[in-house]
Design a protein around this ligand. Structure first.
Ligand code: AMP
Length: 190
């Protein structure tokens, strides 16, 4: 199995690149942000609860997202692999993911970390907010908070995979195709 953690700050291009990677490598795409927005659209209790955090640019509690991912993994055990997008976002989530995957003997193959400068992130997110109408992409103070939370709580997850020799940093600036080619090169060597 090919199991990829696609990592990077909000606006790094994880969703865009994940869509291209799943097509090429036939993987199951697990985006906690997409799953949470689906719950919200369906007005489930989980979605309504998660919205309180998402609207502020804060992280939804670990146990909520860990439970969501565990059930999705269980539903797709026959697949060629998974691409985790927007998860894990804390060290506790990374530890929980390792436990779930090790139990099934399907460890993470590689973490691909997209590196993008902050000014570019804000520009991309505001652009996306205009196109998609996503409320957390339209307000500069929410965007700033998401980047702050990324730096304090999420960036340390890189160290978790670095210790396992699985971290690959990828330049996330340039055209979508240029970045995709860099990612594919790293996947093919992993
Ligand atoms: P995203 O689409 O990945 O930018 O996620 C949108 C929002 O959903 C984030 O700002 C968080 O509030 C929440 N979220 C998504 N994934 C996670 C996660 N792994 N842990 C905690 N909160 C998450």
């Amino acid at each position: 199995m090919l199991n990829i953690v696609l990592f990077g700050p909000p606006g790094a291009g994880k969703g865009t690149q994940a869509a291209k990677i799943i097509e090429k490598y036939q993987l199951v795409h697990l985006s906690t942000g997409d799953i949470l927005r689906g719950e919200l659209a369906a007005k489930t209790t989980l979605g309504v609860e998660a919205k309180k955090y998402m609207d502020k640019g804060e992280l939804v509690p670990d146990e909520v997202v860990i439970g969501m991912i565990e059930s999705k993994i269980g539903q797709n055990t026959g697949s060629k692999g998974f691409i985790f997008d927007g998860f894990p976002r804390t060290t506790a989530q990374a530890e929980a993911l390792d436990k779930m995957l090790n139990k099934r003997n399907i460890p993470i193959t590689v973490m691909l970390s997209l590196e993008v400068e902050k000014d570019e992130l804000v520009k991309r997110l505001l652009g996306r907010g205009q196109d998609s109408g996503r409320s957390d992409d339209q307000d500069v103070s929410i965007i700033e908070n998401r980047i702050k939370v990324y730096n304090s709580e999420t960036a340390p997850v890189k160290g978790f995979y670095e210790k396992q020799g699985k971290l690959k940093s990828i330049a996330g600036m340039g055209s979508i195709d240029e970045i995709f080619n860099r990612l594919c090169e790293a996947i093919d060597k992993a």
